[in-house]
Design a protein around this ligand. Sequence first.
Ligand SMILES: Nc1ncnc2c1ncn2[C@@H]1O[C@H](COP(=O)(O)OS(=O)(=O)O)[C@@H](OP(=O)(O)O)[C@H]1O
Length: 203
Amino acid sequence: MPRTLDGQITMEKTPSYFVTKEAPARISAMSKDAKLIVVVRDPVTRVISDYTQTLSKRPDIPTFESLTFKNRTTGLIDISWSAIQIGIYAKHLENWLQYFPMNQILFVSGERLITDPAGELGRVQDFLGLKRIITDKHFYFNKTKGFPCLKKAEGSSKPHCLGKTKGRTHPNINPEVVQRLREFYRPFNMKFYQMTGHDFGWD
Ligand SMILES: Nc1ncnc2c1ncn2[C@@H]1O[C@H](COP(=O)(O)OS(=O)(=O)O)[C@@H](OP(=O)(O)O)[C@H]1O
């Protein structure tokens, strides 16, 4: 990590930190005061998005259904599939809470990051103790892309939208499979809402 001078904030991002067992202890050993920001979205959409990304790199992987179920007949979900595990947010959060208090962790809604980016970034700025510099006037919604874009990228006068790999079309998944996944995640989601004191509205 680079040195942080007065008036600066050093940031580091890696999606896998949140689900890596050793990460909380290691980060806490580096800095007990670190602030942690996690973007979470509906775990069902998340697992489909995860599958879509893998499929785009390795088109020969098994079907979504066969990866999801350990036993298709009984509907037993295969929790050894990492894409399923990642969405059990309550379990990962328990691990972090062994090392960090809840007030040092901010959960950003991936859904609201699309529908209300300025609102979510307002929460981020407050959490980091920054003045609310980024507001609604910095964004416009690109309907074709289905995402907000920055009106001006930093150090440029041109707009900036997310890259080509964001907003890939997800494959159609059998609604029964989606329903079973919803049931599977519901208790974990409820626990997560309870722990964070925030209903993310995924059910
Ligand atoms: N800023 C922002 N706001 C809302 N949603 C976002 C944002 N950036 C990435 N995404 C969505 O997150 C999904 C995974 O994105 P990535 O491809 O960046 O994942 S990864 O970091 O490479 O693993 C992927 O979801 P899907 O497009 O639904 O599959 C991205 O579109």
